[in-house]
Design a protein around this ligand. Structure first.
Ligand code: FMN
Length: 328
């Protein structure tokens, strides 16, 4: 039997992961209106630019008025120390953000090819140069979101070693190599090595799909207090609530979230699809919803064929009607 107190369940913070194309501000706001348990989020990445090129008005995802319901940390993608520091300063001066995250974990080939995202990880001198520039040219907090490495775990270990003397806020780690994309299991043995190596606060990110996964991870890595939920919370929007409940005494764990909570999900889903329609044309709104159904199909237990049929629908109204039949 797990003892919640020994596991620091009362100090746990749950973060919403940056999921480019999914967890933008409209989604975040609608999500936290309908579901509880998420404390903060890292926003999906934006590209760092020089101060003459960077126009903060182009990023509604970071407008403070769009982020009143959930605190966020802006995330930057790039490999130029000057551009990263200048983007931070513009965002700090324009919107007042005091914390920034640097993405060196994205494994997408078009990003890695440009020596960005996880493509930075084999270059520890570059990582140090960025951290140095940010430390000397900005007065904000800085954190890094990374993987174990791009090709080899030695890359991640080298970066952690090089960073020990810099004032990094936290390191968010997704325990896979870049070359593995999202395949296979998270490599928890290697992650344990990282966990034991770095003096920094770690935010764990990877494959938390249910409370059993969460309990296992928390038991194995008891020093971690910050847990990031990504695909798992999109598949099961009740996940953060379930995790919070583990820490509360006398509450029966609510494992069976659907269909018993289906009206909460339906209200969320319909509000979000209507919102998308007011902002985008039907084709784009439908594309965004289809992306989500790769995840929601898990919550509703839809089979592969059923999902495939849904994704073949190219008309918003038909899709909406078909989905609502499934939801009920
Ligand atoms: C569709 C998608 C988009 C993502 N976008 C970002 C991003 O913008 N920035 C980032 O740091 N990580 C991004 N990630 C990685 C996630 O934040 C997270 O670290 C990863 O999915 C592992 O966590 P999970 O298993 O809980 O999803 C993305 C992942 C996916 C699947």
């Amino acid at each position: 039997m797990l003892n919640p107190k020994s596991l620091n369940l009362y100090t746990v913070k749950l973060w919403l992961a940056p999921l480019y194309g999914i967890t933008h501000y409209n989604f975040r706001n609608c999500f936290v209106k309908h579901f509880q348990g998420i404390d903060c989020a890292i926003a999906p990445f934006i590209a760092a630019k020089s101060k003459t090129q960077f126009n903060p008005q182009k990023y509604p995802d970071l407008f403070p008025k769009n982020n009143a319901s959930l605190p966020i940390i802006p995330q930057l993608m790039g490999n130029s120390p000057v551009e990263i520091a200048e983007t931070i300063n513009v965002l700090n001066e324009t919107y007042g953000y005091e914390q920034f995250n640097w993405n060196i974990g994205c494994p997408m080939s078009q990003i890695v090819r440009k020596k960005r995202g996880c493509g930075v990880m084999p270059f520890p001198d570059l990582v140090e140069a960025v951290v140095n520039e940010v430390g000397s040219k900005t007065s904000t907090h800085f954190s890094i979101k990374m993987r174990l490495g791009m090709f080899d775990l030695k890359e991640g270990l080298e970066i952690l070693q090089r960073l020990t003397t810099y004032p990094i806020d936290f390191i968010c780690i997704h325990p896979r190599l870049g070359i593995h994309q999202y395949d296979g299991n998270v490599d928890l043995d290697t992650f344990e090595l990282f966990y034991n190596t770095t003096p920094y606060k770690i935010v764990y990110s990877g494959d938390i799909y249910n409370i059993e996964c969460f309990k296992y991870l928390q038991n194995r890595f008891p020093k971690i207090e910050n847990w990031m939920l990504g695909r798992g919370i999109i598949q099961n929007p009740f996940l953060a609530e379930q995790i919070v409940e583990i820490g509360q005494t006398n509450v029966q764990s609510r494992q069976d979230t659907y269909p018993s909570n289906k009206f909460r999900f339906i209200n969320f889903y319909n509000e979000y699809s209507e919102l998308l329609l007011t902002l985008r044309n039907e084709k784009i709104a439908l594309g965004a919803l289809k992306e989500l159904w790769h995840y929601f199909s898990v919550l509703l237990n839809l089979g592969t064929d059923e999902l495939k049929k849904l994704l073949q629908i190219n008309d918003f109204k038909t899709f909406h009607e078909r989905i609502n039949k499934k939801l009920l």
